[in-house]
Design a protein around this ligand. Structure first.
Ligand code: FAD
Length: 474
């Protein structure tokens, strides 16, 4: 942003006072570290040597009190603030597109309390999620939030877009795992949600901040539930004739028992990614499914799962491929397997109830495959609820246009087509990657008149609009 005369130096002095001179930088090299997150467009622009949006100040607070001081300064001068965790988000949510202050919270990484009696663990939100999991595992527990970005995302980043882990079908999304939150509001006030997540004491304040992507404040501290590590974890694999049979069988399974992992691949992903990573060669719709807990209960659940799968004509593939999938759960993102620039790709994930999910799958597939040349579409469903499930669909273009602008236009047209197909058939803009700048323009289409509620909350909490501008349609 533009500062007149010596104002930039004045603001710099105030920020240094707030967090210490060593924790503020205006060096170009430091700013460049925040030029891109995992958003395809930002990475493409940087790869092509294009002009990335950089912040004016990089600020690294060490406590909620320091965050509070920074937000008070930002509010006085009306400077935009972008909170940055691990920078692994795929929606451009952390990008400093309006310049201003880049608030990197990774110095705030302390474990505060691990309380086995109450089954809770509290930490600062700048901690890398894997570190929190290691602390819990040392005591025989887990937070049971194991996203594929476990080693590169912060706890705050996962909360900010309401993320999900691979064991979600049994243990839920991150909003099922949080007990309470500390948040610094845009005006600098430090608040806490109630000590417990379940109550009849007004609307769900905790839920307001989960998924708010840094637009309503900065989450600084969180308490999660602790779950005992399971006595046994058993992986199985099945092959269905097609995705439609797979959807029906998986719905029946998750409405009968609670597997931790249910990952059903469509025919296109079965013969591409599954073949490549775990060496499974046949055509059809591949399913890997994991049951865990006490061995005796798992044994009973296995009988139920096998019977339902058999009823739907599945071929049982034994435990080997399921184990292979689990061992390789992060390998799927390795170079050479994961798509990468210059390929154009995107994960168009959405959720719908069971009566709509298959319609959403076909509508998205047609909207993307039938309207864009040279595009491939693959999909799997990996988070299942009593009422419906998620589709994790991807489009891939091996040879996108050369020009930056053409790439951006094509990318946005594909996203518009895919997301609108989901919305028209009962899906939502996104399941767990968030909205960011990528899908900001589509929020109103999904929410309709309900969007005014979110806009009103934003206006009340952040009247100067300093928190994460251009994101989430706010
Ligand atoms: C290889 C890979 C695998 C992935 N797998 C999964 C997966 O399995 N499940 C899943 O849910 N996601 C997954 N993701 C996407 C996911 O969005 C991010 O990886 C991650 O959760 C973001 O965390 P971060 O700390 O990197 O946040 P950033 O990218 O730094 O920020 C993301 C958003 O959160 C906001 N934010 C960050 N910290 C705070 C805070 N303390 N208070 C307020 N706002 C904040 C930012 O402003 C921004 O809007 C994956 C990404 C990659 C690259």
């Amino acid at each position: 942003m533009e500062f007149r005369g010596f104002m930039k130096e004045f603001i710099l002095s105030e920020l240094e006072d707030a967090v210490g001179q060593e924790n503020v930088s205006i060096l170009k090299g430091d700013k460049l570290a925040y030029a891109t997150d995992y958003f395809w467009i930002a990475r493409m622009v940087v790869d092509k040597g294009g002009e990335a949006a950089l912040p004016d100040f990089v600020v690294r607070p060490g406590s909620a009190e320091e965050v509070s001081k920074v937000l008070k300064i930002a509010n006085y001068y009306k400077i935009p603030v972008q909170t940055w965790g691990g920078g692994s988000g795929s929606q451009g949510g952390a990008l400093p597109l309006a310049g201003g202050i880049l608030l990197d919270i990774k110095r705030m990484d302390k474990l505060i309390n691990l309380d086995v009696k109450n089954g809770i663990v509290t930490c600062e939100t700048g901690m890398i999620f894997q570190t929190l999991e290691w602390y819990a595992n040392e005591q025989g527990y887990s937070v049971m939030h194991l996203p594929s970005c476990l080693t590169c995302c912060t706890v705050g980043g996962a909360l900010a877009h309401n993320g999900i882990g691979i064991l979600s079908t049994k243990y839920g999304k991150i909003d099922d795992q949080v007990v309470n939150l500390e948040v610094v509001l845009p005006n600098g006030d430090i608040i806490n949600t109630l000590p417990v997540p379940k109550h009849s004491s007004g609307p769900n304040l905790l839920g307001l901040f989960l998924g708010s992507e840094g637009t309503l404040g900065v989450m600084t501290k969180v308490t999660f539930k602790l779950i005992k590590l399971p006595e046994t974890r058993r992986h199985h694999a099945f092959l269905f004739s097609d995705i439609s049979t797979g959807y029906n069988a998986c719905r029946e399974i998750v409405q009968a028992v609670k597997p931790s992992i249910v990952r059903l691949f469509d025919e296109a992903e079965t013969v591409s990614i599954i073949k490549k990573v775990i060496g499974f060669e046949k055509k059809g719709s591949f399913l890997n499914l994991t049951l865990e807990g006490y061995s005796s209960i798992v044994a009973e659940e296995e009988k139920i799962v096998l019977a339902i799968a058999e009823k739907h004509g599945a071929q049982y593939l034994g435990t080997e491929y399921g184990e292979k999938w689990f061992e390789n759960r992060i390998t799927f993102f390795y170079p050479g397997i994961m798509m990468n620039n210059p390929q154009m790709f995107g994960t168009v994930d959405t959720t719908a109830t069971y009566d709509n999910i298959e319609k959403v799958y076909w509508a998205m597939k047609h909207a993307i495959e039938d309207n864009f040349e040279g595009v491939r579409f693959i999909s799997h469903s990996s988070h299942w609820y009593d009422w419906g499930c998620m589709n994790y669909s991807r489009f891939i273009i091996d040879n996108p246009p050369e020009s930056e602008d053409e790439c951006i236009r094509l990318h946005n047209r594909i996203w518009n087509a895919g997301v609108r197909a989901a919305i028209e058939n009962g899906g939502v803009i996104n399941d767990h990657h968030g909205v960011g700048v990528k899908l900001s323009r589509l929020m109103k289409e999904n929410y309709g008149p309900a969007m005014q509620v979110l806009e009103g909350i934003k206006k009340a909490l952040d009247p100067n609009g300093i928190m994460n501008p251009y994101k989430m349609g706010l």
